[in-house]
Write a protein of this length. Structure first.
Length: 142
């Protein structure tokens, strides 16, 4: 298994108490680590995929693709939030891969992420699976 260097980004959003007063910043990490599994790249995402971390995910995906053009799985089971920038990045990466006869799938999305994929009309672009194994099985079909 070839490992790709992890990419990290730290955010400091303010938490707001019920009385509307800002409290101390809360650290939320967006971390992306990639590895090769057979003929597929698997990216494990942790934290959030948003305007502050999307460029790190983009660099991870691009670096892996540049190393070897393969289909990709983005495992989001440990992702708490994806904003419009994050979804746009994932959809764009999927479209680029499809133009080369490859694919990008999401694994382990929360109900929130599945809802947003559906609401944005990205069901056909971003296929969702429960496990890496299910996604790999789908990708390895003739």
């Amino acid at each position: 298994m070839n490992n790709h260097d992890p990419q990290s980004c730290f955010l400091l959003p303010w938490t707001v108490a019920s009385d509307g007063v800002k409290s101390e910043p809360l650290e939320i990490e967006g971390r992306f680590v990639g590895a090769k599994s057979g003929d597929v790249w698997i990216v494990r995402a942790v934290g959030v995929i948003d305007r502050n971390t999307a460029s790190k995910l983009e660099m991870t995906i691009k670096g892996m693709y540049d190393a070897e053009a393969l289909s990709m799985i983005v495992n989001v089971e440990d992702v708490a939030f994806v904003d419009a920038v994050g979804f746009d990045l994932l959809a764009s990466a999927s479209k680029r891969l499809r133009s080369k006869g490859l694919s990008l799938s999401l694994v382990g999305p929360s109900a929130y992420i599945r809802h947003e994929v559906h609401a944005a009309g990205l069901d056909a672009t971003l296929r969702c699976f429960g496990t890496d194994e299910q996604a790999l099985e789908h990708m390895n079909r003739p």
